[in-house]
Design a binder for this molecule. Structure first.
Ligand SMILES: N[C@@H](CCC(=O)N[C@@H](CS)C(=O)NCC(=O)O)C(=O)O
Length: 197
């Protein structure tokens, strides 16, 4: 399988992490996340939204949206619950991630890593919204080891992608003990790889 990837992207990392844990080989084709001028030529036929990750299956079909990609790969494995209620819980956390975590933690991190200047009001908005997302994640993790059904699943991978590099976006995880303990549990899972690997 071929993954259109960016090495710094938490969204792409979700796919690389699960693939490593499933023992799946990925060929990587890295795309720039700042100069996006070649996107229509390179992935325009594969995804209408022109963002990475895009995974191309061996039969040529393409998948886009990080959480939808990992759910597809996890089908029939212990990483995706079979139970209907538990699957709803997985999706609930993944939608939460895309609405409350990724747009704040990932965007603030992107601005910092790539030196993209923003007005103070934009930083302030990201900081406040990101903290609200982290507060919710902390509440969701209190008293449990993993997000869904007390076992490691794609829900954890989706939330781990950007939460574990929150500091790179300027977010301090010190006030979030349940999140910090959960990050350590996720990092200790068999086959875990770092975002930099
Ligand atoms: N919701 C998408 C977001 C994908 C996304 O924002 N990808 C970034 C890299 S992390 C990208 O391609 N940015 C380029 C752009 O926005 O044009 C997902 O989860 O896959």
């Amino acid at each position: 399988m071929l993954l259109y990837n960016n090495p710094a992207s938490g969204n792409c990392y979700k796919v690389r992490l699960l693939a490593a844990q499933l023992g799946l080989d990925l060929e990587l084709h890295d795309l720039d996340v700042v100069d996006r001028s070649n996107r229509p030529a390179v992935i325009g036929q594969l995804t209408p939204v022109l963002r990475v990750p895009v995974l191309v299956l061996d039969d040529g079909r393409a998948l886009f949206e990080s959480n939808a990609i990992i759910d597809y790969l996890a089908e029939g494995t212990p990483y995706l619950p079979q139970d209907r209620y538990e699957r709803q819980q997985v999706l609930a956390w993944q939608f939460f991630e895309q609405y409350e975590i990724e747009p704040n933690l990932a965007v603030a991190r992107f601005w910092r890593l790539f030196g993209i200047e923003q007005p103070d009001s934009a930083w302030q908005q990201k900081r406040e919204a990101g903290r609200r997302g982290l507060d919710a994640l902390e509440r969701g993790l209190e008293g449990r080891d993993f997000l869904v059904a007390d076992r490691y699943s794609v829900a954890d991978i989706s939330l781990y992608g950007y939460t574990h590099v929150a500091a790179e976006g300027g977010f301090d995880l010190a006030p979030y003990p349940a999140i910090r303990a959960w990050l350590a549990r996720v990092a200790a899972q068999p086959g875990h790889i770092a975002i930099t690997s």
